[in-house]
Design a protein around this ligand. Structure first.
Ligand code: FMN
Length: 456
C-alpha cells in the first residue's frame, strides 16, 4: 500500500515526530512511503503550483495518509494550518475524500487533545476515513513499551485499510448561518474610565463582517488597533528553541512580532478579532500566536482583561473555544467574553458589543480574574514538572520565572500537610479511629468552610 506522510514540523527532516513514522516504516517495509515537509516548505508550496501539485498527486495515488505533526501552541504549526487552508482554497479537497488517515503527534501532552481534535475534524471535513491517532510524548520512541504501542497502532492502521473497514465520523459538517452585519451607528462612545483598549485583528476589510465588527468596537471604545495583515512578520516559529535561555527570538527586532507583544503589555484590555477559517482562526493569526513562544512557558499578560470578536460558527467549533479559554488561563488573563456574528441581528450584536465593552471596563477596574479551571491548573502542572525536570536546561528562563513566581508548588514543600500525614496516617490504622473518621467524613470536609462563615 502507498502512504503519503505529511510532515507538520517546521524542522522538516530534523523533525522528531517523523522518526515515529520512520520507525513504523522500518518495521513495515512492505509498504511504500512518500514524505513531504509541508510545514517547512510552505512558502514554496504556496508560491510554486508545481510543488503543491506534487503533494496532491501523491495523496491522490495513495491508499492512506499520515498526518505527522508536533504540537504547536495548542494546535498544529501555523504553516501546517496554512497547508490545510490551501486544500480548500485550491479546491482539491476531493482528492482527500475516502483516503484512510491517522494522526501521529508528538508533544509534552500539553493540550495535545485540542490539536488531535482539530486534525480529526479536518479529516472529517475532507470526508477522509479517519482511523485513529497516536499521541506520543516527544521522548516515547526511546521507550520499549511505547514502541510496541506504536507498532500495534500501525498494524491496526494497515489492517483496517487493507480490509477497507468502515470508519466512524465524529464531526458533522459545519453549517454556516451568518448574516451580513451592518453595524448601527455609535451615538456616544463608552466612558472607558481610563482603561486602555487595544484590538488585534487580521482583517480590517470593510466588505467583511469582521472588519465592520472591529471598526464599530473601535469607535465605541476608542481602542488602538494592531492589524496583523499589515505587520511585518518575517516567518513562522522555526522550533529552534533559541528563546529557551533568555527569551531572545532568532528573528530579534528584524520584524514586528516581539515589538508588538511588548507594546500590547501597555494596555489594560485586549480584544482579539478574527474569522474562523476551517476549524480555527487564520494561519496568519496562528503565526502570530506561535511566535509568542519567545516568551516560552511564561504568562505574558497577567492581570489583563481579554475578549474575542469572532466572525464564524464558534458555536459549532467547541475546540476553538477550549483553546481560547485555555490560552487565557495560561496567560493569567480574564476571558470576559467571545462575541460572534452568528445567528443574530446587527442590533443584537451591537447591544452585546456594548455590554461586553462595559463589562471589560468594570472587570478591569475591579482587577477581577475568574479562577482558573482544569485547563489552566492542569496545564501549569505539566509545565511545572517539565521545567523543573527534563526541560530545565533548555528553558532556563522559565526556571528562573517559575522559581520567582512560586510556580513550583510541589506538595513536598507543604510541610504542614506532610507532618499531618506522618502523624495521622498511622493513627488511622487503629480501627476505632478509622471508623470514627469515616462516620464524620462529611462534617470534616465542610469544617473549614464553616469556620470561614463564622469568622470572615
Ligand atoms: C513553539 C513551540 C510550541 C510548542 N507547543 C506545544 C504545545 O502546545 N503542547 C505540547 O505539548 N508541546 C508543545 N511543544 C513541544 C513540541 O510539540 C515537541 O517538542 C515536539 O516533539 C516537536 O516535534 P518536532 O521535532 O517534530 O518538531 C512546542 C514546541 C515549540 C518549539
Amino acid at each position: 500500500m502507498k502512504i503519503t506522510v505529511l510532515n507538520g514540523s517546521p524542522k522538516g527532516e530534523e523533525s522528531g515526530t517523523v522518526y515515529f513514522v520512520k520507525y513504523i516504516q522500518k518495521k513495515y517495509p512492505q509498504h511504500e512511503y512518500e514524505y513531504f515537509n509541508v510545514a517547512q516548505a510552505i512558502k514554496k508550496i504556496e508560491n510554486d503550483p508545481q510543488e503543491f501539485d506534487r503533494v496532491i498527486e501523491s495523496v491522490k495515488n495513495s491508499d492512506g495518509v499520515i498526518w505527522s505533526f508536533p504540537l504547536y501552541v495548542f494546535l498544529v504549526h501555523a504553516s501546517y494550518k496554512r497547508f490545510i487552508e490551501l486544500i480548500w482554497e485550491r479546491r482539491v479537497e476531493n482528492i482527500f475524500r475516502d483516503k484512510y488517515v491517522v494522526s501521529v503527534a508528538t508533544s509534552i501532552h500539553f493540550f495535545d487533545h485540542t490539536a488531535i481534535n482539530y486534525m480529526h475534524s479536518i479529516s472529517d471535513d475532507l470526508n477522509m476515513r479517519y482511523i485513529d491517532f497516536f499521541s506520543a510524548d516527544m521522548t516515547d520512541l526511546t521507550k520499549e513499551d511505547r514502541r510496541k504501542d506504536l507498532l500495534q497502532f500501525a498494524h491496526n492502521f494497515f489492517e483496517q485499510m487493507e480490509q477497507k473497514r468502515k470508519t466512524i465520523k465524529s464531526y458533522l459538517p459545519i453549517i454556516v448561518d451568518i448574516k451580513e452585519y451592518i453595524p448601527t451607528e455609535v451615538r456616544a462612545p463608552l466612558d472607558t474610565k481610563g482603561q486602555r483598549f487595544v484590538i488585534v485583528t487580521d482583517a480590517m476589510d470593510q466588505d467583511k463582517n469582521i472588519g465592520r465588527m472591529v471598526k464599530r468596537f473601535q469607535e465605541y471604545t476608542q481602542a488602538d488597533l494592531v492589524d496583523l495583515s499589515a505587520l511585518k512578520i518575517n516567518g513562522g516559529c522555526t522550533g529552534c528553541i533559541h528563546c529557551g535561555f533568555d527569551n531572545e527570538c532568532i528573528y530579534g527586532e528584524n520584524d514586528d512580532v516581539k515589538k508588538t507583544y511588548e507594546k500590547l503589555k501597555q494596555y489594560d484590555i485586549l480584544v482579539f478579532a478574527g474569522t474562523i477559517k476551517d476549524r480555527f482562526l487564520s494561519a496568519r493569526w496562528k503565526t502570530f500566536i506561535d511566535r509568542r513562544f519567545y516568551i516560552t512557558h511564561q504568562p505574558h499578560f497577567s492581570g489583563k482583561q481579554l475578549a474575542y470578536l469572532i466572525s464564524g460558527p464558534i458555536s459549532q467549533t467547541h475546540n476553538i473555544r477550549e483553546v481560547l479559554q485555555a490560552n487565557a488561563e495560561f496567560d493569567e488573563v480574564n476571558l470576559a467574553g467571545i462575541l460572534s456574528d452568528e445567528s443574530a441581528s446587527a442590533l443584537e450584536i451591537d447591544e452585546r458589543m456594548k455590554a461586553l465593552a462595559q463589562n471589560l471596563v468594570e472587570y478591569s477596574l475591579q482587577g477581577y480574574i475568574r479562577p482558573q479551571t482544569f485547563l489552566g491548573i492542569g496545564g501549569m502542572k505539566i509545565f511545572r514538572d517539565v521545567i523543573w525536570g527534563r526541560l530545565r536546561m533548555v528553558f532556563q528562563s522559565d526556571h528562573r520565572y517559575y522559581k520567582k513566581h512560586g510556580k513550583y508548588d510541589f506538595p513536598q514543600k507543604d510541610f504542614g500537610t506532610r507532618v499531618l500525614n506522618a502523624i495521622m496516617i498511622p493513627i488511622t490504622k487503629i480501627p476505632s479511629v478509622k471508623k470514627s473518621i469515616q462516620r464524620d467524613m462529611k462534617k470534616h470536609m465542610i469544617s473549614a468552610n464553616q469556620q470561614v462563615l463564622r469568622s470572615k
